[in-house]
Design a protein around this ligand. Structure first.
Ligand code: ISL
Ligand code: CA
Length: 535
């Protein structure tokens, strides 16, 4: 069959600390994930029906950046379990046709990683060149003007060896030097280590920074202040020298060829910039780079900017930038950004927009990524000051509100002790929604299982429809004789219109609004998303 799990399936992101705690220490763990696998896919439409899970890092780590500071790439943090638990998780997931995607963090290690300890021990260390060390300028200042994503300069002075080291994120996250072939080899061996254990793929962290300008020249300032407001401190500069450096794509191709040593594996990379920049990471016309590079463009449409015209523009821009064989993907949220519902809640209608967005996410062309909790409509959680955990001030904000525990029951159900981050509004929970025909969870299940059964939705071509009211974004998906039509009304009011002559709506497959009207003229309720089969 032409079905490929990472291409036509649905991927679900788990933030492991917050999914399910199995041993009562308040921290989610791998045994907890195993317990909940049937929720994700038990082979019937009483489960979500996803095809793969991407887990944020579960490796040994001092947790300065909650696992994105890796101290050993080939083990499991004791908070999460052991290698044996990971093996069992892979096995149990595979029994349910769920693939496992690990989070590969190539740009930096923890400062506790043995490689860095060795590297910082002396300028003559055999691992000195595994990281980016440089002398101070004559006046004692840092080698260049680069800034860390989490604030402050990207260079830290090492008193003992009298040099600076580069850290694009926290001081405790020194950047690896991927220009050293030994580093590249060691990191490729990490990929092999996990693929041999049965891991199906890798989400690649900060893919767009693993190589920088070898001359380490200054970044130019960014004259665009609006960008600065959105991106926090990183918006102060144009990242021409420390991000998206041209030869990263060559390193990506080499990663791809290592991943291709094993059948049916995949990579999805975290990359920022314009669609044209992002698609470079797919490897261009030869498609020998990443299988997928995240398309974050919809996550940038905050507040009133989430409207039919902007969403269509962004979907079309990515579609038209993609080279022939490359495949799109759709992202509404992750562990770094405000939850979708809170991002578009400027007038209190975020929850309604969340339902319509689910129809979009699961019917557009491309691999949908669901961030844990989206399927029950979790908004950001207000985390009181004294409970804050995230050390990073990221884009002027802390990331804890989108990282709180998944709400399984009205009492929480995540842990039998106090969770590491507080629950939000517990009236939003899995148990209640499983019983409710009109809940967000029921909507997600319907959409996913409808999608699974439809070649048009999984494999089909995409075409946007012109000439509809300005608040409506509608598109068809077509494969062979099967055609579907998705219509999303972005307005706060209902809307009525006639479809173009060539489109005759047949059966409604899913709607955010229960039983929709029949007949020729289409009437959509405020924030309705509707999926129909075309006749
Ligand atoms: O540089 C950026 C934009 O130009 C940032 O958005 C940055 O690339 C992004 O925040 C990277 O996030 C990932 O790496 C971080 C980690 O804290 C995040 O959780 C992870 O998703 C450092 O490993
Ligand atoms: Ca635990």
């Amino acid at each position: 069959m032409d079905y490929l799990w990472w291409k036509h399936g649905v991927i679900y992101q788990i933030y492991p600390r917050s999914f399910q705690d199995s041993n009562g220490d308040g921290i989610g763990d791998l045994d907890g994930i195993i317990e909940r696998l049937d929720y994700l896919n038990n082979g019937t439409n009483h489960s979500l029906g996803i095809d793969g899970i991407w887990m944020s890092p579960t490796f040994p780590s001092p947790m300065k950046d909650f696992g994105y500071d890796v101290a050993d790439y080939e083990d499991v943090h004791p908070d999460f379990g052991t290698l044996a638990t990971m093996d069992r998780l892979i096995d149990e997931a595979h029994k349910r046709s769920i693939r496992i995607i690990l989070d590969f963090v190539p740009n930096h290690t923890s400062s506790d990683h043995p490689w860095f300890r060795e590297s910082r021990s002396s300028v003559d260390s055999p691992k000195r060149d595994w990281y980016v060390w440089r002398d101070a300028k004559d006046d004692g200042t840092a080698p260049n003007n680069w800034i860390a994503v989490f604030g402050g300069p990207a260079w830290e002075w090492d008193q003992k060896t009298q040099q600076y080291y580069l850290h694009s994120f926290l001081v405790e996250q020194p950047d690896l030097n991927w220009r050293n072939p030994q580093v590249e080899r060691a990191m490729h061996n990490v990929l092999r280590f996990w693929m041999e254990r049965g891991v199906d793929g890798f989400r690649i962290d900060v893919m767009d920074r693993i190589l920088k300008d070898p001359a380490l020249r200054d970044n130019p300032p960014n004259p665009d202040r609006s960008w600065g407001r959105l991106m926090g401190v990183t918006g102060l500069q144009q990242h021409t020298q420390d991000q998206n450096w041209p030869d990263i794509v060559d390193a990506v191709r080499r990663i791809r060829s290592t991943v291709d040593e094993f059948p049916d594996r995949m990579t999805v990379g975290e990359v920022f910039g314009t669609p044209e920049n992002i698609v470079r990471y797919y490897g261009g016309e030869t498609s020998d780079g990443l299988h997928l590079a995240f398309n974050f463009s919809l996550t940038r449409l905050v507040g009133e900017r989430w409207n039919a015209a902007n969403v269509r523009k962004r979907v079309d821009a990515f579609e038209s930038a993609l080279p022939g064989a490359a495949w799109p993907n759709i992202v509404l949220g992750n562990h770094d950004i405000d939850r979708f519902i809170s991002r578009v809640n400027h007038d209190g209608r975020g929850a309604a927009r969340g339902r319509a967005a689910a129809v979009l996410l699961l019917t557009l062309r491309g691999t949908p990524f669901i961030y844990m909790g989206e399927e029950i409509g979790m908004p950001n959680t207000d985390v009181p000051e004294h409970r804050l955990q995230d050390p990073a001030r990221f884009h002027h904000r802390n990331r804890d509100p989108e990282r709180t525990p998944l709400q399984w029951t009205a009492k929480g159900g995540f842990s039998n002790s106090e969770p590491w981050l507080p629950y939000g509004d517990l009236s939003i929970n899995v148990a209640a929604q499983e019983k409710d025909e009109r809940s967000m969870l029921t909507l997600y299940r319907k959409l996913i299982w409808t999608r699974r059964a439809s070649k048009a939705l999984t494999l089909g071509d995409y075409a946007a429809i012109d000439g509809l009211p300005a608040d409506v974004f509608a598109f068809t998906r077509a494969h062979g004789d099967e055609r579907t039509l998705t219509m999303i009304n972005f307005a706060n009011d209902g809307v009525a219109f006639d479809l173009p002559k060539a489109l005759r709506a047949g059966e409604t497959l899913v709607s955010t609004h229960g039983e929709p009207n029949a007949g020729g003229r289409i009437e959509l309720a405020a924030h309705e998303g509707r999926l129909v089969r075309l006749m």
